[in-house]
Design a protein around this ligand. Sequence first.
Ligand code: PNS
Length: 157
Amino acid sequence: MIALYPGSFDPITYGHLDIIERASAMFDQLVVAILNNPQKQPTFSAAQRQQQIEIAIAHLANTRVTHFPGLTVDCARQHKAQVIIRGLRVLSDFEHELQMAHTNKTLAAEIETIFLATSNEYSFLSSSAVREIARLGGPIAHLAPAHVIADLKAIWA
Ligand code: PNS
């Protein structure tokens, strides 16, 4: 079975990587799908985010990366994924995630959303927190891979 893990990944954190590693062990193939939303101004371009993720998942033979401009369900169908994976950190994630899962179900009844509980040590972690700590010169070695930290430092050096 093929699963799709969609997100902004701006940038990928160890919280995302935790979900990716666990999902890749559960499914035959995993596609990490970066939303390339032209209305948003991400810190990193889709190409940069793709490269960051490709380096981070180099050890996972059944996992690949793509980016998509539109609906997650269209991307899932394109990659023949029957499952969408989302990580749940805290209770406040739940309402929004459930709403997205229901919306996606109305758009594509054949695709299931499966939630993975984020590992405890990453339940507080977000890309925006990593970006902010990096911008303010704080330590982030425990939050994101070294090559991502280098990219962040290059922006705010
Ligand atoms: O990492 P994020 O920002 O929480 O990811 C959110 C994402 C990309 C999964 C969500 O915004 C999304 O699926 N966007 C694509 C547009 C879409 O499919 N909308 C319908 C479902 S609400």
